[in-house]
Design a protein around this ligand. Structure first.
Ligand SMILES: [Zn+2]
Length: 237
């Protein structure tokens, strides 16, 4: 299934390269109700002081900057503190992930009675784009991050809390699945087998996994904690 990317390349606000090493995929939200084409048009229209590679909405993916060129998307002036209680938890990849080594994807927003939100259809379309880029460039799940993780900007705002982001990260990277335990499984605090034991799961029960380690041998439970998910210990259902 093709991604049907619409090219709306902008002349503005990016650095042209002849090729670069892309290590990270950075997820954003636009922060205003608009469509992918609206954004493509806006960024084609003049110097906006910023840019992103892709804009995604329920129906379309718009490419605004070529992947091999550098978009101005994740900031370079250090982490931002916007007075939010969460701001101090951001910027953990500052200096590691930069505009030069990342691709930025902006999710378009809708306006609901509780303010701006990202629709399920937009999340699913973004997931297809993220996974296609991961596969093509060999980017693992831990390198799919938020703008928040780079410089502390509250972007994408609905997923600044780690508990909300874990769930969305699992959708974007296609990791969300259910397992049935084949025996009593030890839950540990982190993906390391040396980390603290927190509880034991009973045999024959079903649990949702929302993240896996790079080797796909350990999985993070939706309710927290990590277990071994190899076929000896768990069946994927
Ligand atoms: Zn952003």
């Amino acid at each position: 299934m093709g991604l049907d990317v619409i090219n709306m390349l902008t002349k503005y606000n990016h650095d042209v390269t002849s090729g670069r090493k892309i290590k990270w995929i950075v997820i954003h939200w636009v922060g205003a109700a608009s469509t992918a084409v609206n954004n493509g048009t806006y960024f084609q229209g003049g110097d906006r002081g910023a840019s992103a590679h892709y804009f995604v909405d329920d129906n379309k993916i718009v490419k605004s900057v070529r992947e091999r060129d550098i978009a101005w998307a994740v900031g370079s002036r250090g982490y931002l503190d916007q007075g939010s209680p969460y701001a101090k938890y951001g910027h953990k990849y500052f200096g590691k992930c930069t505009n030069s080594n990342s691709v930025s994807i902006e999710m378009c927003c809708k306006k609901g009675s509780n303010g701006l939100y990202i629709s399920k259809a937009t999340l699913e379309r973004t997931a297809r784009l993220v996974q296609a880029i991961q596969k093509r460039l060999g980017i693992d799940n831990d390198h799919v991050i938020r703008h928040f993780d780079v410089n502390g900007k509250l972007c994408p705002l609905p997923y600044v809390q780690d508990s909300k982001w874990d769930d969305v990260h699992a959708i974007l990277t296609g990791q969300k699945f259910t397992i049935k335990t084949k025996g009593r499984l030890i839950v540990r605090k982190t993906s390391s087998l040396l980390s603290k034991k927190t509880k034991v799961l009973k045999k024959g029960a079903e649990y949702q996994i929302i993240r896996t380690n790079a080797k796909d041998t350990r999985g993070k439970l939706k309710e927290g904690g990590w277990i071994t998910i190899t076929s000896k210990y768990a069946e994927r259902i």
